[in-house]
Design a protein around this ligand. Structure first.
Ligand SMILES: [Ca+2]
Length: 126
């Protein structure tokens, strides 16, 4: 790490480094919820499930400890494209009309800056 003040500025800074291992877990698509808790700044949680072409996905977030703008949750399709993005603090269910691909879908819980917290995710694919 290299701190490089601009021009002739001087000052001090306190630096803290963290070892970060992302959480990797799965959720079934029978509306059986899974709770993830991040404990280290910078840590994300990846929640995977499988779905097949033509299913209707519904995705709910409940009991978030995050407040608004502290965390983003992205749903990515098997090809890595982002299908939906939401604030972790917003619990309203989201329902997709139809899945376009068969494969592994991933919900990435990505806290902002040094935020940590927990939330519960449930998914149905019918
Ligand atoms: Ca983050």
């Amino acid at each position: 790490m290299f701190l490089d003040p601009a021009s002739q500025d001087v000052g001090g800074a306190t630096v803290q480094l963290y070892t970060v291992n992302d959480i990797n877990t799965t959720v079934d698509t029978l509306n059986d919820p899974v709770t993830v808790t991040t404990t280290v700044p910078g840590q994300n949680a990846k929640i995977t499930f499988t779905a097949t072409t033509g299913q209707t996905l519904t995705w709910s977030v409940s009991n978030p400890s995050f407040t608004a703008n502290q965390c983003t949750a992205n749903l990515k399709g098997p090809d890595g494209s982002i299908l939906f993005q939401r604030d972790c603090a917003v619990g309203a269910p989201w329902s997709n009309t139809r899945t376009a691909q068969t494969g592994t879908y991933t919900i990435i819980v990505d806290p902002v800056r040094s935020a940590t917290g927990s939330l519960t995710v449930s998914v149905t694919a019918q």
